[in-house]
Ligand binder design. Structure first.
Ligand SMILES: Nc1ncnc2c1ncn2[C@@H]1O[C@H](COP(=O)(O)OP(=O)(O)OP(=O)(O)O)[C@@H](O)[C@H]1O
Ligand SMILES: [Mg+2]
Length: 390
């Protein structure tokens, strides 16, 4: 019996859609590979949770590996200094690719690694302390110079070993501090000044606050390329459900497929979750077909899982944020105005900015233009309204 091909919460076996986004990435890679030069400014994908940022970055990584790049993956987090995570990841990926600089360059390389670790790596180290204290002050030059020569040396070393170049991937970039972002942006800016000598590209992803945070960290942060990731179109959503099953020689009935696609509203996580629960309910043999009966049988499991996610999001919200969410849920499931939320909370609409920003940062709600917001996770409004009744 074929095993379940769906991947709720993990990188998908088959990335559906994202054709435009992959083209952007391939553009950068082509520039590095063909001319041996810097692949443009920082490319940043931003979207709420579960839309497919990590999945896209992983697909980019795979494409780059296939094209002869050495790739370094960094999952930024509030617990670890970003700059030392970058240094570590770049060093590890060079080792794995057997592309660590040797000879005179090797000496420089080790010196840089040591220096950078000293500057930014060890908690309590000189610059690290500076970085955490002075959020918006001018970024420390030593850290910029350190990261700059590290990336230059690494990318050049890959190239002299006939590799295409270095691809640096940074996920969850929104967790970096303003000072770390400033160092990263200044570094890339400097590398761009000598772009012909720096065969590398940097692609990042983060929650919707990322562009604003980068622009605040350094004025020229706005020169980065920002691309927002949307839910999947109907056609792509269908492909996300059908293709993994087809690879196992299992088909979907039209009604089952339509039910899942409309229930998940193009939200990739939900497509994977419902695909998975349907598959488990059916335990299909090769050559068989998943039907609406299987979808329905799998629904309770999917609901439990979603319920747990709703609960986690609610639990992570402060009291004020919870009041905001309750007022928002009471106003309906679509796009909600600032005025409606303020009215629901019984306060002036100017005074809701702080919980609004925090909830956007956490990825629980997202702005949809003209001051409107909506929930990022389908069914969250109904969940919150349900709490009221309980
Ligand atoms: N293009 C896609 N095709 C098929 N499945 C996808 C696609 N993009 C994402 N998914 C699925 O959606 C879910 C969420 O994807 P992913 O983890 O990449 O999102 P994310 O935006 O990084 O979320 P988070 O902000 O929580 O890290 C996963 O189960 C993944 O398998
Ligand atoms: Mg992710």
């Amino acid at each position: 019996m074929p095993s379940n091909p769906y991947t709720p919460g993990q990188v998908p076996r088959i990335l559906a859609g994202r054709v435009e986004e992959m083209r952007r990435i391939e553009g950068l890679l082509a520039r590095v590979a063909t001319y041996g030069e810097l692949g443009g400014p920082l490319l940043v994908f931003h979207a709420p949770r579960g839309i497919g940022k990590t999945s896209l970055l992983r697909a980019a990584q795979q494409r780059a590996n296939e094209s002869g790049f050495v790739t370094a993956w960094v999952a930024s987090s509030r617990d670890q200094p970003l700059l030392s995570a970058i240094a570590e990841s770049v060093a590890r990926s060079l080792e794995r690719a057997d592309a660590v600089p040797t000879g005179a360059a090797g000496g420089r390389w080790r010196g840089q690694l040591d220096r950078l670790t000293l500057e930014v790596g060890v908690p309590g180290a000189k610059v690290q302390a500076q970085l955490s204290r002075r959020e918006s002050a001018a970024p420390p030059h030593a850290a910029i110079a350190g990261l700059e020569s590290l990336l230059h040396e690494a990318a050049t070393s890959v190239r002299t070993r006939r590799g295409a170049g270095l691809l640096l991937l940074i996920d969850e970039l929104h967790t970096a501090s303003a000072a770390e972002m400033a160092v990263l942006l200044n570094t890339l800016q400097n590398l761009d000044g000598e772009r012909a000598d720096n065969p590398l590209a940097t692609v990042a992803a983060g929650l919707p606050v990322t562009p604003e945070a980068l622009t605040r960290a350094a004025t020229f942060g706005e020169r980065s390329s920002f691309v927002s990731l949307d839910r999947l179109s109907d056609v792509d959503a269908r492909a996300a459900v059908v293709d993994p099953a087809a690879a196992e020689d299992v088909a979907w009935s039209d009604s089952a497929l339509t039910a899942i696609v409309s229930e998940s509203r193009g939200y990739p996580y939900l497509l994977q979750l419902l695909g998975s629960t349907t598959w488990d309910a059916a335990a299909p043999a090769a050559g068989s077909r998943l039907t609406l009966t299987h979808v329905k049988r799998g629904l309770p499991v999917a609901r439990d899982q979603l319920d747990a996610m709703h609960r986690a999001r609610w639990g992570a919200a402060s009291r004020l944020e919870q009041r905001f969410l309750a007022a928002m849920a009471a106003a309906g499931d679509g796009n909600v105005t600032r005025a409606a939320i303020a009215a629901g909370m019984g306060v002036d609409s100017r005074s809701i900015s702080v919980p609004r920003e925090r909830l956007i940062e956490k990825g629980v709600i997202e702005p949809v233009g003209h001051g409107l917001v909506r929930f990022t996770l389908p069914g969250f409004g109904a969940f919150v309204r349900g709490l009221d009744e309980a």
